[in-house]
Design a protein around this ligand. Sequence first.
Ligand SMILES: Cc1ncc(COP(=O)(O)O)c(C=O)c1O
Length: 431
Amino acid sequence: MDTRFAISEYPDAAAVNRQLNELISKPIYTITDEALKKYEEEYFEKKCAKSKAMISEARNIIPGGVQHNLAFNYPFPLVFTKASGNKLYDLDGNEYYDFLQAGGPTVLGSNPPEVREQVIDLLNTCGPSTGLFHEFEYKLAKKISDCVPTVDMFRMLQSGTEACMLGARIARLATKNRNIVKMGGAYHGWSDQLGYGIRIPGTKFTQANGVPIRIMRDTQEFFPGDLDALERVLRFNMFRGGTAAVYLEPLGPESGSRPVDKNFCKGVERLCRKYGALLVFDEVVTGFRVGMSGAQGYFDCSPDLTIFGKVVAGGYPGAGGVGGKREYMKYLGAGLDGAVKVKKAFCGGTLSATPLSCAAGYFTLEEMDRTNACVKAGRRSSQSVTCPSWPSIRAPSATWRPWARCSSPSIGLSPGRSLAYSTPPTRERPK
Ligand SMILES: Cc1ncc(COP(=O)(O)O)c(C=O)c1O
């Protein structure tokens, strides 16, 4: 197995956070009305007419015109018909560089033939799902376990959200404690309980519209990177049912956009041992991306449970799973381990662990391992953020500003030969 990591030099997290705080405290700069209008007219109106027509039809039957949050775009979403490697092509035939990577799972690029051909073979022999055991269930679980030393066992699910939900159930059964603690701003999917404290640290229940506040009563957040703040929560929880688990996005909330110190995760591990809580690493983003052994390999940590998603199905449907130490995974036995007398965590999923998702995941991880994909991707991204011709994107992260025109959901795609690179938009204060 490739034991190297994608991170060549760990950033000085305190310095990055200082820069980030400075950035947040400054007025918002946005594209001028004239520049935006020109962009709309010269690119979207002239070159994307077919997308515009289709989306205006789709709006009548799909809320907002698209089914996926990431597909939203201003002034209208584009319709993509072809994806290959690092390129995407829209309905009007325009070509784009793909910085979105489907939101994370297509680490090998779009539609790699090494995976596609195996998937076609599987579809020809077995079809996408049977509801019964298939050899690729074993092969994928074995591959993950071989790569990530803390994963003695692995259970595949349909999404990272489900896996995060299940992690909390296992932790409660195993510890008999009640509370789940997470880092403020971290995203652990969109389940009711873990919708607490998402996007912006300290926002508690306010970002999860539609979830009753009482459901989040047993979830707490602590400020990113602050071990003292975490310990205060853990100590307080001793008097209100104990802490079942501490969830971490190991690079920091929102995929490391507010990075934590290199020794932070180790500190959290020590606190978990002290207060009897399970340590749960949410490696939906970092798993098989920071390296084949994930962020836990990089930080030399030993989480009790690990949440997987995205790349574990190689961009095919059904991407999620929980892996972990045998003593905790026993709460998931669905069949043959009847000798283990413990309450089983409530868990299901008609399309969990289909032959399709398991085969796609297995061949993706094999190919990533063979080609040292994590290390290569890490090198490429370092090159791109230090590229002298892109000075304007040297900021430590893009900050979520719902009312700024260029907010994070719309910056994933950049037209390959468009105005975006040839004439950078003027930046000025909004009027
Ligand atoms: C860290 C993290 N955890 C969990 C999830 C949820 O995974 P899914 O979208 O597969 O439900 C995501 C999704 O982006 C994520 O980034």
